[in-house]
Design a binder for this molecule. Sequence first.
Ligand code: TEU
Length: 535
Amino acid sequence: PRTTEWWRHAAIYQVYPRSFADGNGDGTGDLAGVRSRLGYLQRLGVEAIWFSPWYLTPMADAGYDVTDFRRIDPRFGTLAEAEKLIGEAHELGIRIIVDIVPNHVSNEHAWFEAALQSPPGSPERDLFWFREGRGEHGELPPNEWQSIFGGPAWTRLPDGQWYLHLFAPEQPDLNWRSPLVRAEYEDVLRFWFDRGVDGIRVDSAAMCSKDPALPDYDHSVFPHPHPYVDLDENHDIYRGWRAVADSYAEPRALIGEVWLADPVRFAHYLRPDELHTAFNFDFLGCRWDAAALRACIDQTLAAHADVGAPSTWVLSNHDVTRHVTRYGRPDTSTAGGIRQYNPVVDEDLGRHRARAAALLTMALPGAVYIYQGDELGLPEAEGIPADRRDDPIYHRTNGEDPGRDGCRVPLPWSGGQEPYGFSPDTEAGPWLPQPASWAQLSVAAQENDPDSMLNLYRRALALRAAEPALGDGPVTWLDFPPGVLAFTRGDDFACVVNLSATPAELPEHVRVLITSHPLSDGLLPPDGSAWLRTA
Ligand code: TEU
């Protein structure tokens, strides 16, 4: 069923502005590029677009280091263009979600520049986490916390104080105990809601509050991999944001990036006075295995039922290895996880499974997310030379972790070689190199192939939008042989996903609505899925 609470059932497309489409030929994606392809997104059948940050940024962490939330980065365009884009998308029936980053700002943000100019103990420094170091001369960091990107989570200033950054040194963490920080972000939300934005994706939502004692944690006692994750104080922040969102006549949604393994603590963020939905990273990281997926789906639905929130299903994003590559690991026991570490990958197997996974995610209850390029069946781009890599994770781990550039390569639209229509023909190449093999994966190459991934997504999204049983609502599991996931939605819709190694029989007297692969003698092939009309 579909209601005005669009976040409960929408098909949401993530645009990573730097790599979607380049309108001015400088090799970097921009809002002009997106505006010229809104028709493509409408034709695909998406109901909302989530933009990764488009704000003024030095690009130390690809835009997640924000200098000013009220300005569009000149690489992407202007505020006027963003407002036009919002209007044009609404004209096409597409909602807009912007990405807000509360945990930190850029080290070039006015607040941090003021803090650097101010003495220890000043109010300017109180907006962040500045501390004296340990050791005889304060030469050791205030605690042993490690940055998620590698290395210590502290950087020392010439005046001897250290400041906290859970991510890159260019991303100083904000002190959310400060009323100034809370007031500013609630005003930023109003700034975008006032401009017609329909939703906010909340970056690193479980990490904003810290125990002011900044203690080292005994990990045998405190289970979180990162000690600073998920303190109850976070919830106060989002109760304030929820009050802002609920003050608008048109429904505005708060969508949390909540990296929490504990489903109950995860669901706490989705209580009726907090965030509306959150990304389901358990499902994203789940290996391609029927029992594992079934357990993950059941756990997700139970946790969400407890707080009355809609679930969400996502397979890829700008932080993880693309799922065509993750699912392409022949050993399914390693076919989950969020980033690959040079395993053997069978790309065709991965794409085969990704087709089945697309129908699975679109049939499950709740909202479904599509990362740009999922609809083309793009794999992780391999072999990006070190001097072209941009991700601080790669650089801070000296390549130990290949980082996230491989899932951020500019999309292939047409043509037989770089820039594959991503940019108008100019001498400026795309900001990351595109693989030679991507010619046959481009939009143009798939446009008229009825069996392409692109047309599978188009057909499935159109069916999903037209099927009253899909979107929000219950799911009932059917008993099938091991390795086969099957469930019904509403009175007469079923989805069957065959993760076993042998063809699977479908129920009697059904009409097949769509399959990820042709049936063979009426049987569903291994790694295949189908939607059925049952009555
Ligand atoms: O990601 C938060 C986050 O924790 C991820 O970085 C994740 O832990 C990691 O990438 C996978 O191991 C958000 C954004 O999605 C990410 O792009 C930013 O780099 C990060 O916050 C800092 O803003």
